[in-house]
Design a protein around this ligand. Structure first.
Ligand code: FES
Length: 79
């Protein structure tokens, strides 16, 4: 939890990413999504409900450009 919001944390190749856990489509838990390497982007998480894909670096939705989730800075020394 950060400021009362659920946060999904992913550790990939020694780096941590933290994004809002609630998918902006219908509230799916992104913490239960699958991580994949998106073409032309960095690591991304796919929502387990309907499959929207979120860039873990920017929070931008890669298949619904108007949608995004908040991202949190994670100090490197926390990994
Ligand atoms: S709830 Fe996440 S894509 Fe629909």
């Amino acid at each position: 939890m950060v400021n009362g919001q659920r946060v999904a944390v992913f550790t990939i190749e020694g780096r941590a990413y933290a994004i809002g856990d609630r998918c902006p489509h219908r509230g799916g838990p992104l913490s239960r999504g699958t991580v994949e390497q998106a073409p032309g982007s960095g690591p991304a998480v796919r929502c387990p409900i309907h499959g929207w894909l979120f860039d873990l670096e920017t929070g931008r939705c890669l298949n619904q450009p108007a949608a995004s989730v908040p991202v949190c800075d994670v100090p490197r020394e926390t990994v």
